[in-house]
Design a protein around this ligand. Structure first.
Ligand code: SAH
Length: 365
């Protein structure tokens, strides 16, 4: 057969290996294979996680002759910021990142008086196809590597520490996996990322597990696995409807794992961790904001370790849906509270820079 007729499947290149992808032992092994002293691995990790430095030429405690080699092997450039966009007087900053293969995704830094939250992506795109979510519309491009997830945090933390974000130098206190992607569909790398985020320096960034939120459409087997990790991270469930009929439409994976199965998994999570589960509910005008649905939701949640986060819908381009009327939102809150369920209405940080919930869809794509 002539060569030009043989089909060659496009080889999907993997993101470059980075020390954040490896365990401390694996890092030491890589360093040893380069003919360097194994403790160099720990020095590199100390620079990256402890001092937020990725550029080995600045690492004066490494032999000058080894810096480049060690950098190439364990601290390759993973992400390039394409641009930063700010709003809310600079207190919200969205960054568009480009990976080694040109793939684009976003993170959002939000400063509050008492905390700094970084919202990160776990996938480029998303395969869950929720019709109200901008990311869902384009489908899944690929999973992000652990290094690509972690580098969003490290690069943002570095800018924040260096005073490059309005409000003066600061530190990230909270991480939410609420950017692009379904974290539980990239379980292994997300879990490894949570470890890197929460392990103490030099193996991780030393952010409290209680400050990390993993948000999911409700992939029940993955929630069960997370329960077995015995971590203290917060679990958020994107419920958006209390009844299967509507949830099948709003969160299509519901046809696989129903509302009651997802909530059962949530209560098991709350039971083993002792942590309140967050129920995310985007209020969509005349779709899921009826008083009877608030009552139904209240009945399902009543008596459980739970907190409801109502999110005024951020309309995505071309969508026929919009946010609820203020009076319907108020009534929804009132009905939930009448069942004794804790509820807050989330602020809509970043809306005007398309950096608000579910709007993260790199325009360039
Ligand atoms: N895939 C995960 C995490 C990403 S989205 C999940 O679904 O939980 C983070 C939250 O924003 C989810 O609760 C999601 O349902 C919500 N969201 C998505 N699009 C939205 C929109 N247009 N308006 C308001 N919230 C939205």
């Amino acid at each position: 057969m002539p060569a030009e007729l043989t089909f060659v499947a496009p080889r999907r290149a993997k993101p470059p290996r980075h020390l954040a992808d490896l365990s401390p032992d694996e890092r030491a092994e890589v360093v040893r294979e380069l003919g360097e002293k194994p403790f160099r691995a720990k020095q590199l990790a100390q620079h990256y996680f402890g001092s937020l430095v990725s550029d080995t030429s600045a690492m004066t405690d490494l032999p000058a002759s080894s810096r480049e080699r060690l950098g190439e092997a364990l601290l390759p450039t993973l992400l390039t910021p394409v641009r930063h966009i700010t709003c809310d007087n600079g207190m919200t900053r969205k960054t568009l990142w480009k990976a080694f293969d040109g793939v684009l995704f976003e993170s959002v830094l939000m400063r509050y008086p008492d905390r700094v939250t970084l919202c990160i992506s776990s996938q480029a795109g998303c395969g869950m196809n929720c019709p109200f979510c901008a990311t869902g519309q384009a489908g899944l491009t690929r999973n992000l590597s652990t290094g690509e997830i972690i580098d969003q945090v490290v690069a943002s933390a570095r800018d924040l520490a260096n005073g490059e974000v309005a409000g003066g130098p600061g530190r990230i206190s909270n991480i939410v996996f609420m950017g692009m992607g379904e974290p539980m569909a990239n379980y292994k790398r997300v879990l490894q990322s949570v470890r890197r985020i929460t392990d103490p320096v030099p193996n991780g960034l030393g952010i409290s597990q209680r400050g990390v939120t993993v948000s999911t459409v409700g992939l029940v087997p993955a929630i069960n696995k997370l329960i077995d990790e015995r971590m203290q991270v917060r679990l958020a469930i994107s419920l958006h409807a209390p009844d299967d009929e509507l949830r099948d439409e709003l969160v299509p994976i519901n046809t696989r794992w129903k509302v009651d199965e997802v909530l059962d998994a949530a209560w098991r999570y709350a039971g083993t961790t002792g942590r309140r589960v967050s129920i995310e509910y985007a209020l969509i005008k005349d779709i899921n904001d009826q008083a009877w649905r608030a009552d139904l939701l209240g009945k399902l949640l009543k008596g459980h370790l739970v907190h409801v986060n109502l999110i005024p819908l951020n309309p995505t381009p071309g969508s026929k849906w919009t946010a609820s009327r203020p009076e319907d939102e108020r009534e929804f809150v009132r009905r939930l509270e009448s069942h004794g369920v804790a509820v807050t209405v989330r602020d809509t940080r970043g809306q005007e820079i398309d950096g608000a919930c579910g709007q993260l869809a790199a325009a360039e794509n």
